[in-house]
Design a protein around this ligand. Structure first.
Ligand SMILES: NC(=O)c1ccc[n+]([C@@H]2O[C@H](COP(=O)([O-])OP(=O)(O)OC[C@H]3O[C@@H](n4cnc5c(N)ncnc54)[C@H](OP(=O)(O)O)[C@@H]3O)[C@@H](O)[C@H]2O)c1
Length: 386
C-alpha cells in the first residue's frame, strides 16, 4: 500500500493520487465500522431479548432482577476473554455496565430502576497531589456497574476550605478527602461522625441536603483487609507511623480488640497518638518483632517513586508475622517483598483501599458496593500504569 520511503517532494500529481487513495480507504473503513456497529446493535438487542425472557422466568421463580454475584462473574469472564485485546478493560466495564443496566430495565418489564436517583450526582476526591488517585477509576466503575448516575473526578485542592465551599455551592453529593487535607477538613463540616472525630481525620464527606457530614472509612478498610487474614481480638499489633493513616489503623485495631503499640520516628507525635487512642508507644528504632503478631506499616515510606526505601531493616522481620503495608503503589513494596522472603504472611494496601472505597460508596448511595467490579477496575488500571 505505497509504503516506500520517498526522498524530496513527490512528483506533481502523485501526492493528489495518494490523497484520493487515502480518502477511498477512509470511506471503506467507515463503511466497515458502520456495518460492525449495526451488527453490534443487533447482538445487543438479541442479548436484551434473552434478558427479557430471563426476567419472565425470574418473576415465576420469585427471584430478584438484580444478581450482583452473576454480574460480577460476567465481568470477570469478559475481562478474561478480553485479555491481550485492543479494548481497554475500563471501556469494557463501561460498555457492559451500560448493557447490564439496559438488561435490568428489560427484565423489570420496562420499569426504570435508576430513575429514582434523579439528576447526575457529582463526586470528587480532593487532595494535593491527586492526579495519580485511583479513586475516580474505582468509583466510576462502581457507578456504571450499579446504574447509579454518579460522576467522580479528581480535583487538586491547595486549600480545603474553598474546595468544601465549592462542594456546597455546586451541590456535590459527596467527596473523598486525601493527603494533606484529612485533618484540616474537619473545620469545614457541619457534622463529624464520632469515630472520625476520635481518629482526628475525615476521608469521606457526604452532602446530606446541604449539610456536610464527615466520616472516616480508612479504619474500616484496614480492619476488613486484615480481618480476612487474621483475627485481631487479643492480638498484639504494631503500627508504624503517627499520621492520619496510622491513627485510623490504631483506632481500627483497638476497636477490633487488639493491643496496640505505636512505633514512630518522632517521639512527641507518636506518644500523643498512643495516649489519645489507648495504645503504647516505642521509638521506631526499638521495633522488635517478638513483641507483636501483626505489623501495620502506615507511613508513606516505600511509596512510588521512592520504592527502594523501607521503614524497617529486613532482619527485624520474623517468620509467622503478619505484615500489612497500607501503601499500594507499588502493590509489593520493598517491606512486603522482604517480609515474604522472611516467611511472613503479607497483606498489601489494595484491599484496604477497596474496602474504604466500598464503604464510601455505600455512605453516598445507600447501595451495596460492587466490590468485584471495583477491584477489577483498580487492578486493571494499576496494570496499565505498570
Ligand atoms: N491503602 C489505603 O487505602 C490508604 C489509605 C490512606 C493512606 N494510605 C497511605 O498511607 C500512607 C500514610 O498516609 P498518611 O496520611 O498517614 O501520611 P502522613 O500523615 O504524611 O504520615 C506521616 C507519618 O509517616 C512517618 N514517616 C514519614 N516519612 C518517614 C520516614 N522516612 N521514616 C519513618 N517515618 C516516616 C511520619 O513520621 P514523623 O511523625 O516522624 O514525621 C508520620 O508519622 C501514604 O502512603 C498513603 O498513601 C493508604
Amino acid at each position: 500500500m505505497g509504503t516506500s520511503v520517498k526522498r524530496g517532494s513527490p512528483p506533481a500529481g502523485e501526492g493528489e493520487a495518494e490523497r484520493r487513495a487515502d480518502e477511498r480507504r477512509l470511506a471503506e473503513l467507515r463503511a466497515e465500522i458502520d456495518r460492525l456497529d449495526g451488527e453490534i446493535l443487533r447482538l445487543f438487542n438479541e442479548r436484551l431479548e434473552r434478558a427479557r425472557a430471563v426476567g419472565a422466568v425470574k418473576r415465576r421463580l420469585g427471584l430478584p432482577v438484580r444478581d450482583m454475584r452473576r454480574e460480577a462473574e460476567i465481568f470477570r469472564r469478559l475481562a478474561e476473554l478480553n485479555r491481550g485485546r485492543l479494548l481497554a478493560d475500563r471501556h469494557l466495564v463501561r460498555v457492559f455496565a451500560a448493557l447490564m443496566a439496559a438488561a435490568r430495565e428489560v427484565q423489570s418489564d420496562g420499569a426504570h430502576p435508576a430513575d429514582g436517583f434523579g439528576t447526575p450526582a457529582l463526586f470528587a476526591v480532593f487532595g494535593n497531589p491527586v492526579v495519580h488517585s485511583l479513586s475516580p477509576v474505582m468509583h466510576n466503575a462502581a457507578f456504571a456497574a450499579t446504574g447509579y448516575p454518579g460522576m467522580y473526578a479528581a480535583i487538586r485542592a491547595k486549600d480545603i476550605r474553598p474546595a468544601m465551599a465549592g462542594v456546597r455551592a455546586l451541590g456535590f453529593r459527596g467527596a473523598s478527602i486525601t493527603i494533606p487535607h484529612k485533618e484540616a477538613v474537619l473545620a469545614c463540616l457541619d457534622f463529624i461522625d464520632p469515630r472520625a472525630r476520635r481518629i482526628g481525620a475525615v476521608n469521606t464527606v457526604v452532602n446530606d441536603a446541604g449539610e456536610l457530614k464527615g466520616f472516616n472509612t480508612d479504619w474500616e478498610g484496614i480492619v476488613r483487609a486484615l480481618g480476612e487474614r487474621v483475627a485481631l481480638a487479643g492480638r498484639r499489633v504494631a503500627v508504624l507511623g503517627a499520621g492520619g493513616a496510622a491513627r485510623a489503623a490504631v483506632f481500627g485495631a483497638r476497636h477490633a480488640g487488639a493491643r496496640v503499640t505505636v512505633y514512630n520516628r518522632t517521639r512527641d507525635k507518636g506518644e500523643a497518638l498512643a495516649v489519645a487512642l489507648g495504645a503504647d508507644f516505642r521509638p521506631l528504632e526499638e521495633f522488635d518483632p517478638a513483641d507483636c503478631e501483626i505489623l501495620v506499616q502506615a507511613t508513606p515510606v516505600g511509596m512510588s517513586p521512592r520504592t527502594a526505601e523501607t521503614p524497617l531493616p529486613a532482619e527485624r522481620l520474623r517468620p509467622g508475622l503478619v505484615v500489612m503495608d497500607i501503601v499500594y503503589t507499588p502493590l509489593k513494596t520493598r517491606l512486603l517483598a522482604e517480609a515474604e522472603a522472611a516467611g511472613c504472611q503479607t497483606v498489601d494496601g489494595l484491599s484496604m483501599f477497596l474496602y474504604q472505597g466500598a464503604r464510601q460508596f455505600e455512605l453516598w448511595t445507600g447501595l451495596e458496593a460492587p466490590l468485584d467490579i471495583m477491584r477489577l477496575a483498580v487492578e486493571t488500571e494499576l496494570t496499565a500504569r505498570g
